[in-house]
Design a protein around this ligand. Structure first.
Ligand code: NI
Length: 191
């Protein structure tokens, strides 16, 4: 299967959402074990589940010549002093890159490869980040009030490996200290 006709999908510059498709939502309970302070997460769940982020999977044909793309909307919030973030993933075809373009908000893109090289890039409206092949990537919203809205695109057959990050975590984390973001070593990171 491949796309043989052009088409348009709208993404709002205000809230990042598309009126044309349904988003995939990740709620706080989906994020169990991803944050440093899991007991804090459980405590937060007592007062109800909330959407941490949503994004689009347009179901593109998984061919190397096609592109998967969409927006991701990461809402403001913290678990303890750790900012709301996406799960993050490697691509199953690890040699595939990705582009993120920031539409709204303020955050970071955290990247690391299996060799242990770590990269951080700040995300502000108008900035694009090139995630090189082999780098796992996670977005982090460091604004306590506004969502971080980004557009992404990658090779449609890249696939996702969430498991490695779910099991090992990233080597670094971003927490808030004295009202400012701080990059720290992840004490829970597993070799
Ligand atoms: Ni990706």
């Amino acid at each position: 299967m491949k796309n043989e006709k052009s088409f348009i999908i709208k993404f709002s510059l205000d809230n990042g959402l598309s009126p044309d498709r349904n988003s995939i939502k990740r709620i706080l309970s989906d994020m169990e074990g991803m944050y440093l302070d899991n007991s804090k997460l459980k405590e937060m769940l007592n007062s109800g589940d909330i959407v941490v982020y949503e994004f689009y999977d347009l179901g593109m044909p998984e061919n190397p010549g096609e592109l998967a793309y969409g927006t991701t909307i990461l809402y403001p919030g913290k678990v303890g002093n750790e900012y709301f973030m996406t799960k993050g993933h490697f691509h199953a075809k690890i040699d595939t890159a990705e582009i993120y373009y920031c539409i709204k908000g303020h955050g970071y893109l955290l990247m690391e490869n299996p060799e242990g090289e770590v990269e951080f890039q700040e995300m502000k409206p108008g900035l694009s980040v090139y995630v090189p092949p082999r780098f796992a990537h996670r977005s982090i919203n460091i604004d306590n009030n506004e969502p971080l809205i980004m557009f992404f695109a990658f090779r449609a057959d890249a696939g996702h490996d969430y498991k490695t990050i779910e099991t090992k975590g990233f080597r670094k984390l971003i927490i808030e200290r004295d009202g400012k973001p701080e990059i720290i070593d992840n004490p829970k990171w597993k070799q």
